[in-house]
Design a protein around this ligand. Structure first.
Ligand SMILES: [Zn+2]
Length: 219
């Protein structure tokens, strides 16, 4: 196993390495800044404060059957993370969305059916974004403040639709492609090798077999 000094210092655990770096979870950008985060250079995301010794773990496409395992690893090590959930999965596994919210993990909006937002008609945005907002808010009592467009696909219309709703958006800067099942070690290496202060790491707790993601978190 590759052993960067960060990991060595943290006892060889990816989760512990994240603790060492993570000072805070991602602040909701809407409350912080009058200009939406996606107008920064790292459009459409990047509010994870460059220059700070912080990496942000994010999980997409849940909730699903692996969500409780992901949550339990994060909780065991006290690691903050943000979950971008698909509305129809929230409807299927409402108890897992509530479990995350009760544990204090932000649940954000990843659309209702995971389409490429850059290609859908304007008339479909309420279904994709607003319905997901309502579903999550009704279960957790907290409306999402951030929309992550699926496939990192966005254009000006997508950004405008999100901004019109007073929401922010967020991309990611480290993509270990855990969804492609590259192997647990490959996920760990990709995250640790590419992480930098301010990095936003994109992983998945839903959308398929996530056993490798769960195993990588335990390292
Ligand atoms: Zn996704």
């Amino acid at each position: 196993m590759r052993s960067p000094s960060l990991l060595r210092a943290a006892g060889g655990s990816l989760a512990l390495a994240a603790i060492a770096w993570l000072a805070t979870a991602i602040p909701p950008a809407a409350a912080q800044s009058p200009s939406p985060a996606f107008y920064t250079w790292q459009a459409p995301g990047g509010q994870a404060s460059y220059g700070q010794k912080v990496v942000a773990l994010t999980f997409d496409d849940g909730p699903g059957i692996y969500t409780p395992q992901v949550l339990s690893v994060l909780e065991r090590y006290g690691v903050p993370a943000t979950f971008f959930e698909i509305g129809e999965n929230v409807a299927s596994y409402p108890q897992y969305t509530q479990m995350l919210a009760r544990a204090g993990y932000p649940v954000e909006d990843h659309t209702w059916t995971h389409p490429d937002l850059a290609t859908i008609p304007l008339s479909e945005f309420p279904y994709q974004i607003d319905q997901t907002q309502r579903e999550i808010a009704s279960l957790t009592g907290i409306a999402p403040t951030c929309v992550r467009p699926p496939y990192n696909a966005w254009n000006q219309t997508v950004l405008d639709q999100i901004a019109e709703r007073g929401l922010t958006t967020m991309s990611y800067s480290v993509d270990p492609r855990d969804w492609s099942l590259p192997g647990t070690q490959a996920i760990v290496d990709a995250v640790v090798g590419a992480a930098f202060p301010g990095a936003v790491v994109d992983m998945h707790d839903g959308g398929g077999n996530r056993s490798e993601t769960v195993a990588a978190l335990r390292r």
